[in-house]
Design a protein around this ligand. Structure first.
Ligand code: MN
Length: 192
């Protein structure tokens, strides 16, 4: 893995007003980089040649928590874009129709899983056994360790939304689906 945090794929004010520059600044600079620094401090020399995915799959305890949080945030940034929202197209749209019965049903389940995740965690679109599904995970847990292929993810830790929405996670999820989500990375990963 690279010995530095990935660059954000857009400027910190590029998602505003759907996600404020202040939220991006704190989330990326303090939280994401914080996890990376703590991971980097405990990596063995033999692990520095491994991919981040390999490290996540093999690690436990604090090393797992920090490695998984780096992995989860890497995908989170790619799961949003300036001017996001709208609908997926092509094979991803077809798969959402097939496995959820359409985009509206997908959004209903996404919101329910996000609202229903007690405490900190993540909501994921995954490909597992050739089918799409939505899963929620607690704290740093990631479907990468279950053999599923993560396609996109939404951070529902309070630090993801508290500056913009205070305690209203539901408002954050609504804005995330309508103004922030990028289907591009999920479509790319679905192709394999
Ligand atoms: Mn986060």
């Amino acid at each position: 893995m690279k010995n530095e945090v990935i660059e954000l794929p857009y400027a910190k004010d590029a998602l505003s007003p759907a996600m404020s520059a202040e939220t991006l600044e704190f989330h990326y600079e303090k939280h994401h980089k914080g996890y990376f620094k703590k991971l980097d401090a405990v990596l063995e020399d033999s692990e520095k040649g491994q991919t981040l995915e390999e490290i996540v799959k093999a690690a436990s305890g604090g090393k797992f928590n920090n490695a998984a949080q780096v992995y989860n945030h890497n995908l989170f940034w790619l799961s949003m874009k300036p001017g996001g929202g709208g609908a997926p197209s092509g094979d991803l749209a077809d798969a959402i129709e097939r496995d959820f019965g359409g985009l509206d049903a997908f959004k209903t389940e996404w919101k329910a899983k996000g609202a229903g995740q007690f405490g900190s965690g993540w909501v994921w679109l995954v490909l597992d056994g050739g089918e799409l599904s939505i899963v929620a995970t607690g704290n740093a847990e990631t479907p990468l360790t279950t053999g599923a292929t993560p396609l996109m993810t939404m951070d529902v830790w309070e630090h993801a939304y508290y500056l913009d929405h205070r305690n209203d996670r539901g408002a954050f999820i609504d804005v995330w689906l309508e103004k922030l989500v990028s289907w591009d990375e999920a479509a790319r990963r679905l192709k394999g």
